[in-house]
Ligand binder design. Sequence first.
Ligand SMILES: [Zn+2]
Length: 184
Amino acid sequence: MAYSYELKLTRDAFNLQSSTVGEFTDAENADFRCRIVLSDEMVLNLGMRELACEASDNPAETPHSIYVTQMTLLRLQKGTPEDLFPLYHELGHIHHGHSGRYSSQAELESARAAAVRRGAALDTELEADSFAAAILGRDAAVTALRAMWLVRLDYNRRINNAGTPNGILENREYRNRIKAAEAL
Ligand SMILES: [Zn+2]
């Protein structure tokens, strides 16, 4: 499938928190607007560590937002397909209208655990991965997911989470996402 999204990202390394540092536009849909905002606080508030997206009901009026941390922005500015993968993964969630797919965090967590047990991952995560892979290439997706997996393993080890049910689930979930990307 061909997508017509275009990314603009500042090359400036120094930006104020809460400032807009880039945007996605869609050459085939003038109403589509998605801004990229530097906000370590919003990423944390949305329960993530590197970046997170917030879909808008009416993007022509209020654009969709993808929040990135300072660290993530510096990585995105390197601009390799592997570096950009997490950003396009978030765009994939917006593109597919995933927000609200699960009515509660509890419902999401139980669907997630069930999916991982049967060797897969949440449908929303797999869809976002294959969206990003379609734009950036399958190899970039596999390389990026492997790198994200190692970062997560290291993080879980450091916070003594590696052997907990959630740590084990996350480990298997990444392996399943990598397998799915390899099969694209
Ligand atoms: Zn995701």
